[in-house]
Design a protein around this ligand. Structure first.
Ligand code: ADP
Ligand code: MG
Length: 240
């Protein structure tokens, strides 16, 4: 039982494991992760390649199920949520951003961002209105009718972020979102995550770049499927 007055963590993992079976071999991608994340946290997940970061994020995003252990989201055990419930959760509560943008080619920015709204059952006019606002919020209001091939990497990632946030999810998960971007676009994208967090969204971001991790308030380091470190960055006072 939680202590009185203590908020339920939005994400609560207890001894979570994920074992892959590959050609007779067992790969323990997650070897027992216990982790609590409060609503409104901004957390970076760091660790070397193959340490289990993406597997962990896929678990948190309910894209994959654990081999053992427990995952409670907003206090509800994910095992008690059926497939329809999980897909609603992924569509409405969680926004995903990937390194490779994953936009639909030959499809306008606006249509890409409208897609999650179509799944959620919004009508045409409402979709257009909400997608336009989301694109404006990431500085892409003047590129609504551009297709991905007509946009730079940084612009494509901003469209992808608009798509991730258009349903106003409370959790934003990003797997190496700046991995393919130059330093200028990286700065744009990090500023958007900062703004989202300032508005109260829980932001989890995988990165292998120290300067990106330094922007988060909390950092966990994953090694061999375990949490090897969990610390908070100093709050940097802005010098006016
Ligand atoms: P990271 O994102 O930190 O690079 P991953 O979570 O992708 O690491 O992978 C963790 C481990 O699990 C690695 O050893 C990887 O090879 C293995 N792994 C990841 N996905 C699969 C899969 N679908 N099948 C088998 N092994 C996998
Ligand atoms: Mg990865």
């Amino acid at each position: 039982m939680d202590a009185p007055g203590k908020a339920t963590p939005v994400i609560d993992l207890t001894d979570l494991t994920r074992v892959y079976h590959l050609g007779g071999h067992e790969v323990r991608a997650l070897a027992g992760i216990t982790l609590s994340i409060e609503e409104g946290e901004y957390m970076a997940i760091v660790g070397s390649s193959g340490s289990g970061k993406s597997t962990l994020m896929n678990m948190i995003g309910c894209l994959d199920a654990p081999t053992s252990g427990r995952y409670r989201i907003d206090g509800t055990d994910v095992r008690d949520i059926d497939e329809d419930g999980l897909s609603d959760l992924r569509n409405q509560k969680i926004g995903f951003v990937f390194q490779g943008f994953n936009l639909i080619p030959r499809t306008t920015a606006l249509a890409n961002v409208e897609l999650p709204l179509a799944y959620a059952g919004y009508g045409k006019g409402e979709r257009r209105r909400m997608a336009t606002i989301a694109l404006e919020s990431v500085g892409m209001g003047d590129r609504l009718d551009h297709v991905p091939a007509e946009l730079s990497g940084g612009q494509q990632q901003r469209v992808a972020i608009a798509r991730a946030i258009v349903t106003e999810p409370s959790i934003v998960l990003a797997d190496e979102p700046t991995g393919n971007l130059d330093s200028h676009s990286t700065e744009d994208v990090l500023q958007i995550f900062q703004d989202l967090n300032d508005y109260g969204r829980t932001v989890l971001l995988i990165t292998h770049e120290d300067d990106v991790a330094a922007r988060a308030r909390r950092v966990i380091r994953v090694e061999d499927g375990l949490i090897a470190a969990d610390y908070r960055n100093e709050v940097l006072e802005s010098v006016a």
